[in-house]
Design a protein around this ligand. Structure first.
Ligand SMILES: Nc1ncnc2c1ncn2[C@@H]1O[C@H](COP(=O)(O)OP(=O)(O)OP(=O)(O)O)[C@@H](O)[C@H]1O
Ligand SMILES: [Mg+2]
Length: 447
């Protein structure tokens, strides 16, 4: 597999994220470092720890967006979580260890997917044979002399069926298929406790003692294919080895992105209520980031080399409000800058998922052709930054609210004006927004 260079990673991120060069570079280097470390000799490899990153920047400037795009780029197991989803160990809720468990599950399904590709050809052959077996069930053997004759004729029929099968002529035929049904896990226990509070070992145990009931079902060959394919893959893939590979991959290339990190800072001196629990989550994070062993149902995962990228708006709280120990474990700091009006113009039109492109595509489904003129885009950007300045600065998210407002009428009427061309120009934008923008109170509510 080709591993992307930092420059390639930044180029790929550029397709979706405007400006924020520092953050992109830091992320790109961190990803590349995963690969570099694995090229080192064993003894040295142990010594090189990951350089965890803390990203800060106001709301709506692209922090989460970077994480989302990173996830699509890396070939490593990548988990994105929100810090606010966790509670201190001992309280009801998800504990931070569960992020490592989730990461491993991701890795396992990655490995399984790859392995499936490896055995695909073989499994496909097996699928064909098993369908043929079902189409031509064994008949009791004939008396001796005609035996070989009958065999030969059976073989010919089988080949005939095989050709028909390959031509897709038999897809709607029904065949009998044995499927294993998992009995619902003792419903009560699972719902009252939730998977997290159940010890991982116990979950595993429960799955093992749960009887699997095979059941015969009549299904079309079309439906049977996937089921048999999965069954054959299960036989062909060495599950234990796959898990072992997944653990290795999690430990050495796993990346966890912890979003909303700033929400873990309490409101200051308060010593009770949710703040205590948030401090607790910070404390629980310390060993995981530093390196500890987490028990999972598939085995122990060491977290020493997992890369952590944390992000937060740090609006009310500062990175220095995090526990000092935690700050120290996130040594690389990148700040995302506030977006300028010029950035807004680019965000509106350049990214592959740009808002204007989405609007055009959505309305095209109604047969309406939309065109945004350049000065309309500039006008939307300029109004967005003005509203951000005058009311609350919500970054690029403001573009969304404003564009929706501009497109309001067209969106509603689209089915009735099918076949028409609509040009959105500066005048159109102004006409739709002028009154609202002028009135500061009104724009607080509407934009
Ligand atoms: N630099 C950018 N380039 C392109 N689009 C952006 C950029 N920043 C923000 N956006 C757009 O704005 C939306 C919100 O951004 P994002 O979710 O990254 O905000 P955030 O920085 O995580 O804010 P918060 O602190 O509120 O979570 C994104 O879905 C994206 O469409
Ligand atoms: Mg975010």
């Amino acid at each position: 597999m080709h591993e992307m260079t930092p420059r390639e990673i930044v180029t790929a991120l550029d397709k979706y994220i405007i400006s924020q060069a520092d953050a992109k570079r830091a992320v790109a280097v961190a990803i590349r470092n995963r690969w570099r470390r694995l090229q080192l000799p064993e003894t040295m490899r142990e010594e090189v720890g990951p350089k965890n990153i803390l990203m800060s920047g106001s709301t709506g400037v692209g922090k989460t967006e970077i994480a989302r795009r990173m996830a699509l780029l890396v070939s490593a197991p990548f988990l994105k979580v929100e810090a606010t989803k966790f509670t201190e160990v001992g309280y009801v809720g998800r504990d931070v260890d569960s992020m490592i468990r989730d990461l491993l599950e991701l890795a396992i399904s990655m490995v399984q997917k790859e392995q499936t590709e490896v055995v695909r050809e073989k499994a496909d052959q097996q699928v064909e044979e098993r369908i043929l077996d079902e189409l031509l069930p064994d008949s009791p053997t004939e008396p001796d002399e005609s035996h070989s004759d009958a065999d030969a004729s059976r073989q010919r029929t089988r080949e005939k069926f095989r050709l028909q099968l390959r031509d897709g002529e038999l897809e709607d035929r029904l065949i009998e298929l044995r499927v294993e049904q998992k009995v619902a896990p003792m419903g009560m226990l699972a719902t009252t406790l939730g998977p997290d509070q159940m010890m991982p070992e116990m979950q595993d145990l429960m799955e093992r003692i749960m009887p699997k009931q095979p059941k015969d079902r009549k299904v079309t060959i079309r439906e049977a294919r996937q089921v048999i394919f999965n069954q054959e893959c299960e036989k062909l893939i060495d599950r234990e080895k796959a898990v072992e590979m997944a653990i290795h991959r999690t430990e050495n290339s796993g990346i966890v992105f912890v979003d909303e990190m700033d929400k873990l800072c309490g409101g200051g001196s308060s010593q009770h209520g949710p703040d205590v629990s948030r401090q607790g989550v910070q404390r629980d994070l310390l060993p995981i980031i530093e390196g500890t062993s987490v028990n999972t149902r598939h085995g122990v995962v060491k977290t020493d080399h997992i890369l952590f990228v944390a992000a937060g708006a740090f609006h009310a709280a500062k990175p220095s409000d995090l526990m000092p120990e935690l700050q120290g474990r996130l040594p690389i700091r990148v700040e995302l800058s506030d977006l300028t009006e010029g950035d807004f113009v680019r965000i509106l039109s350049e990214p592959e998922n740009a808002i204007t492109k989405q609007q055009i595509a959505m309305l095209a489904t109604e047969g309406v052709t939309i065109k945004f003129t350049d000065d309309a885009v500039r006008e939307i950007a300029s109004i967005a930054s003005e509203v951000n300045r005058r009311t609350e600065n919500i970054g690029a998210r403001r573009l969304q609210t404003i564009t929706e407002k501009v497109m309001d009428d067209v969106s509603f009427e689209a089915p009735e004006i099918s076949g028409q061309h609509v040009t959105i120009d500066k005048a159109y934008v102004n006409e739709r927004l002028a009154d609202i923008v002028k009135d500061a109170d009104l724009s607080k509510f509407i934009l």
